[in-house]
Design a binder for this molecule. Structure first.
Ligand code: ADP
Length: 468
């Protein structure tokens, strides 16, 4: 008895489960939202799954996801009176936001299945509500997330990891996959670097769920030299390993040079201030105290508008009416990412701008709210008047956020070979490692929709491939 406990404790210390198997039906590489959605779905179908995660903890960038999960036609939207949304409108908003570069089949899959993916999360116990306020580039309010306004990623990873635990899914942290093995043109397993050395795990199928490459500055610069020196909102493990692993197997890449910069990032530490702060009513001023954009345009356009301002910076301003209701905003303030200002004059002082100019900017916005018409920039929705002091202000600048490009997949999440243009037998992919879903710019709230929707599809497809 004692020996067993000791062995288990030692194994846990080595980050390898006791009695670790060296074979599985399916190996999932990466433990973010896509990886765990895939692993849970494949396990439900009866497949034996091992999840390999290179970092010391699970969750990747999914842990950092703040805004929400987009889905159209949900029961929660209906309950909030949003009765005129549909997968078709969701599709058109995303196409427009992605500059029509999106793969229509993949996007159709996303927009028709996101509501089902959200229901699935609810069935796993996610404490999600519909969120009022439109994100950039959207014509309907279709974000969903924790009811108290806290970040979506933490709740997402809570329910997925609890379910994975319940299903006894073998998740191994500190396990970095260095190679995908093949036999006779089919995937046959992986090589993985652990504390003990390099091991081989045999598997009939592999799901790539390794996320993007937003933390790999060399790779970002290779595809987009002008992004040299930009800070990143990404976790350090977002280095594009999956793209390199898949390329070695001859995978095709889609839109690899499409990299999103997000306009509200704190330069010194890469901390992200969620787009939902603007959706809920926040505005942006430049250092002269003037508004410079419709704050609800897509992230790429708002970023470009911001870069044209003095020093390429903006000041995001929200008020107490948001603060009172939104846990995420309260955490920005307690983490000193946003500063409390007791009055419009104090906002001007913080910005270093002429108080008269700042006052005039607020008055223009109040007028726009009252008349429901923003003459200056044509902002389509103003959910609050923004006149409830104290105000909360953050100095922001664009930072690297999402890599839209990646390995080419079809709607079954099968990875496509560059040479044959057919699926590579046994190789599947989901989430930020893939390209094509988001086109030239990702709409806020579509990443979580993507990783859960395609995570589930990849799990189903891989399970079917291995005969489950
Ligand atoms: P997604 O949103 O697509 O699910 P995430 O960034 O949330 O992507 O998760 C991807 C995970 O994959 C991260 O936790 C990352 O550390 C992990 N990962 C990346 N490369 C490897 C690798 N070579 N081996 C194992 N895990 C990896």
């Amino acid at each position: 008895m004692k020996k067993t406990i000791l062995a288990a404790a030692l194994a846990a210390m080595m980050s390898v489960p006791a009695f670790a198997a060296d074979s599985a039906d399916i190996v999932v590489i990466g433990s973010g939202g896509a990886g765990l959605s895939s692993a849970i779905t494949a396990t439900e179908k009866g497949a034996k799954v091992i999840v390999l995660e290179k970092m010391a903890f699970i969750g990747g960038n999914s842990n950092r996801s703040e805004g929400g999960m987009n889905a159209a036609g949900t029961k929660q939207q209906l309950a909030d009176g949003v009765k005129d949304d549909s997968p078709d409108i969701f599709f058109m908003d995303t196409m427009r936001g992605g500059h029509y570069l999106n793969n229509p089949q993949l996007l159709h899959t996303l927009t028709t299945q996101a509501a089902g993916a959200e229901e699935w999360l609810l069935s796993l116990g996610a404490n999600f509500c519909h969120r009022m306020g439109r994100g950039g580039g959207q014509t309907r309010a279709r974000g969903h997330g924790p009811c108290d306004g806290s970040p979506v990623g933490i709740e997402l990873m809570r329910v997925l990891s609890e379910r994975a635990d319940k299903d006894h899914i073998d998740i191994r942290v500190n396990n970095r996959v260095t190679e995908i093995l093949t036999k006779g043109g089919k995937v046959s397993g992986v090589k993985v670097k652990t504390a003990k050395g390099v091991e081989t795990i045999n598997a009939k199928a592999v799901v790539l769920a390794t996320g993007g490459f937003g933390a790999n500055h060399k790779m970002v610069e290779k595809y987009r030299p002008e992004l040299k020196g930009f800070s990143t909102t990404n976790q350090p493990g977002a280095t594009g390993d999956g793209i390199v692993l898949a390329q070695k197997l001859g995978a095709s890449l889609t839109d690899i040079e499409q990299i999103q910069i997000h306009p509200t990032v704190i330069k010194k530490n890469g901390a992200l201030i969620s787009e939902s702060m603007r959706a809920r009513g926040g505005i942006l001023l430049n250092k002269n105290g003037k508004r410079f954009t419709n704050e609800l345009l897509t992230r790429d356009v708002v970023s470009q508008n911001e870069l044209k301002q003095p020093d390429g910076i903006g000041f995001l301003i929200v008020d107490d009416s948001i603060y009172k209701k939104n846990k995420m905003l309260r955490s920005y303030v307690s983490e000193k990412l946003m500063t409390k200002c007791d009055s419009v004059e104090d906002v001007a002082k913080l910005i270093g701008a002429d108080p008269k100019v700042v006052k005039a900017s607020f008055e223009q916005y109040w007028k726009a709210f009252d008349s429901k018409k923003d003459d200056l920039f044509g902002r389509p929705e103003m959910v609050i008047r923004l006149d409830q002091a104290p105000y909360y202000v953050a100095q922001v600048t664009p930072g690297i956020h999402h890599t839209m490009g990646g390995v080419t997949i079809n709607p079954k999440a099968e990875v496509i070979s560059k040479k044959t243009e057919k699926p590579i037998p046994g190789l599947f992919a989901a989430g930020e490692v893939t390209g094509g879903v988001h086109g030239g710019n990702r709409i806020g709230g579509n990443a979580v929709a993507d990783i859960v929707t395609f995570g589930r599809i990849s799990g189903q497809s891989a399970a079917a491939y291995v005969g489950k």
